[in-house]
Write a protein that binds this ligand. Structure first.
Ligand SMILES: [Zn+2]
Length: 238
């Protein structure tokens, strides 16, 4: 998951908001054709990855990885229609995360949101990475950060987020739970292949120094949220 907290403080943000607000009538909430004006800046902050599943985004419509803007709090009439044109409620996602996994869901626990918003909070406080073998080969899953106490609000938020987006608990024999959406095996396998060597090299200064000699490769990996997790040693290899 990608830390998007630089978005609201980015120097271009106020200009984009200003232009957006001038394009429609706020009393009518008719902003449908304009909220996409926030996509480019969010793509810049996320290095053109989906902040949630970290797939590379495409600007052209296709089935899985088109850059879209999600209304974090759904704009559906029975939910948060008043936030339809609120810029702080827009979050970049790939079309699969947005339309197939999250849809119009916004689970609450005692009126507090369960979903994690990467424009407001640091993913490192919530998650860690697990490199492991599943029936289909190596996968890179998200897990709860191990210091989070069991049953706490934060614990439940991590679980809700990972399960909603199919980014972990893929082995239902170990984690029997019907709430887990179909796991994103394709993406998780690809990410495993990209990051396992860095994760293995992280264990010794010498091997890490050797890995860092390939500057092009390192610069490519730095564009992902996974890079921060590995450098902070927030991962396990099983
Ligand atoms: Zn995604």
């Amino acid at each position: 998951m990608i830390d998007m907290r630089g978005y609201f403080t980015h120097r271009a943000y106020p200009c984009v908001v200003d232009k957006f607000k001038k394009s429609f009538d706020e009393s009518q909430l008719n902003c449908d054709d304009y909220w996409f004006s926030f996509t480019d800046l969010q793509r810049k902050i996320s290095n053109n990855k989906c902040p949630i599943c970290e797939v590379e985004l495409s600007g052209y419509p296709n089935k899985t990885n088109t850059a879209t803007l999600d209304h974090f709090k759904p704009k559906a009439q029975n939910m948060y229609p008043q936030l339809k044109c609120e810029p702080k409620n827009y979050i970049l996602m790939c079309s699969l995360c947005n339309s197939t996994y999250k849809e119009d869901k916004f689970p609450l626990l005692d009126e507090r949101p369960l979903l994690f918003n990467p424009t407001e909070e640091d993913p490192l406080d919530f998650f860690e990475l697990a490199f492991r073998y599943s029936g289909q080969g190596g996968i890179l899953e998200l897990k709860r950060e191990s210091n989070i106490s069991k049953g706490s609000y934060t614990y439940k938020r991590c679980e809700a987020m990972i399960k909603m987006f199919g980014l972990g608990y893929c082995d239902k024999d170990i984690h029997p739970n019907d709430e887990v959406k179909k796991c994103r095996i394709d993406i998780l396998t690809k990410h495993y292949g990209m990051f396992i060597e860095l994760a293995k090299a992280r264990s010794s200064k010498k091997s890490l120094a050797h890995f860092f000699k390939d500057k092009n490769r390192v610069n490519e990996l730095k564009k992902y949220g996974f890079f921060r997790f590995i450098m902070k040693e927030q991962f396990s290899i099983n």
